[in-house]
Design a binder for this molecule. Structure first.
Ligand code: ZN
Length: 491
């Protein structure tokens, strides 16, 4: 009898523990956030992608179907795509071959990356196509005249030769970085397709939200980390899909261990070459998303992934994902890893959720993310930690001697070094948000939360930002904005 009671008691304790575990792990994403995502995904363009990685030739075979709807308000006779891997074809054009990056990125010397196009079809018919720029990154596909509101399906088949390069698109030692690897729709704006060059400074990717689904074949032993979760089917193909993403981040490695966590139903995963290091990244990501959800509103996606990869520039954001150089996952670098995850995590609000033009107005996501990182530091580590970080990341750049003519609102092609770009756009740009904190009765965070609500899943121009700010403040703060963003500091 006593033994029976004991067993019943143990079962009760076990059940209670399971319930507690389920509560702590957070369960499913809220209905509200799923509904918001589904609503945002309605009528977006859709990419259906099949990829196969060859780890002997270092190639990626891609077939891609894009459901495109003409929402431009103009009749179109072509659809333009960006083939970013072609920028890696020569040392002159590769964004990884600058003086600052070459040795770090091309450890074994330069070798080209490029795309070989095999098929281009529009609604099942072969389509005329041509590159419009010298670097072959702008592809124009001719289509029968398409009125606004009409659409069709674009089909492309291509093979990407990946470069041996620790950059957004490339590989090193069994890890493949496959960011910006698929042919991607350009943005049609002010009556024309954008055709910006692939600048080595900043993130020269101006992209609108779309829905993605992926079928990925990788060699045995390789594991993918992606903007959305991929499940291995019976044929060992990784399958998954994501809604209302601005891009699709993807890394594939033969050395990944995975750690998982959960926050309010958001699945958080990290992939690194050691499970302990991946677990640390999950803990940091959880802290970052929790802080920003409280400050700026709900995280937009059902999952967030942090992947370690050989990535010389440091870190890169994608919708639902951050890629961070693997050296920062070592235990001695965990403090820096946390700052990277906090900065890239903030991009989920200021880049992925509220898009902006990262080529002409890079401050509009980078300065906001630096400000968010400072707020993260204050919320989690207190006033003196915030002051300390502010000194290094904002006050010091304000004192630096910078080549004349550059301002925080300069477009990326004005900058010739990453260090000037970071000091001015990130550091001096964040000073605007700090100044606004004293002008806005409820502070900068309340305004940013409102800004996120107003422009969720859309793209905000600088004018949108300023009009939103002035309406929120009930006064014209444009002179203050101009003072911080447009004033040239003398040498
Ligand atoms: Zn950033």
């Amino acid at each position: 009898m006593r033994k029976k009671h004991c067993i019943i008691g143990m079962i009760c304790i076990l059940c209670l523990a399971l319930v507690l575990l389920a509560l702590l792990s957070g369960g499913k994403p809220s209905e509200e956030s799923l509904l918001r995502l589904k609503e945002a995904a309605k009528d977006l363009n859709a990419y259906r992608i099949t990829m196969k990685l060859d780890d002997e030739k270092h190639t990626l075979s891609i077939t891609e179907e894009i459901d495109f709807l003409n929402r431009t308000g103009h009749p179109l006779t072509d659809v333009q795509l960006r083939l970013f891997p072609n920028a890696y074809a020569t040392e002159e054009t590769s964004p990884a071959a600058t003086d600052e990056l070459f040795d770090l990125c091309y450890e074994s010397g330069f070798a080209p990356g490029y795309v070989t196009l095999h098929d281009v079809k529009w609604n099942g018919e072969r389509a005329e196509h041509q590159y419009l720029d010298a670097e072959n990154t702008v592809l124009s596909v001719s289509v029968p005249e398409m009125k606004s509101g009409e659409g069709g399906t674009l089909y492309l088949r291509c093979v990407v030769q990946l470069p041996p390069c620790a950059h957004r698109t490339g590989y090193r030692e069994g890890t493949y970085l496959l960011g910006q690897v698929i042919p991607t729709l350009s943005v049609f704006e002010n009556g024309a397709w954008r055709q910006d060059p692939v600048s080595p400074i900043g993130d020269p990717f101006y992209i609108e939200c779309a829905n993605y689904s992926l079928s990925l074949h990788v060699p045995d032993g390789y594991v993918p980390a992606c903007s959305f979760f991929l499940h291995q089917d019976k044929e060992n193909v990784w399958q998954g899909s994501g809604l209302a993403l601005r891009d699709m981040g993807l890394c594939v490695s033969n050395g990944y261990e995975m750690a998982a966590g959960n926050l309010d139903g958001i699945q958080i995963r990290s992939y690194a070459k050691s499970g302990a290091n991946a677990a640390q990244a999950v803990a940091c990501a959880r802290k970052a998303l929790r802080t920003y959800q409280a400050l700026y509103g709900p995280y937009p996606f059902p999952s967030f992934t942090v992947a370690a990869a050989p990535f010389a520039p440091g870190a890169m954001e994608y919708s639902g994902m951050a890629v961070i150089d693997e050296s920062y996952f070592l235990k001695s670098q965990w403090d820096t890893l946390e700052l990277f995850i906090a900065h890239e995590g903030a991009h989920q609000w200021f880049y992925a959720l509220v898009g902006s033009d990262p080529i002409l107005n890079p401050w509009q996501d980078e300065a906001l993310c630096e400000y968010a990182l400072l707020r993260y530091t204050e919320k989690n580590y207190g006033q003196s930690a915030w002051e300390n970080l502010r000194f290094f990341r904002v006050d010091s750049p304000m004192q630096e001697r910078i080549p004349g003519g550059l301002t925080p609102a300069s477009p990326i092609d004005y900058f010739s070094t990453l260090s000037d770009y970071k000091a001015i756009v990130y550091g001096r740009g964040a000073a605007l948000l700090i100044a606004l904190d004293t002008f806005l009765p409820e502070g900068t965070d309340a305004f940013l939360r409102h800004y996120v609500q107003q422009f969720a899943f859309r793209t905000a121009s600088r004018t949108d930002f300023e009009q939103c700010l002035n309406a929120w403040a009930g006064q014209d703060l444009s002179p203050l904005v101009q003072d911080y963003l447009d004033t040239k500091m003398m040498e």
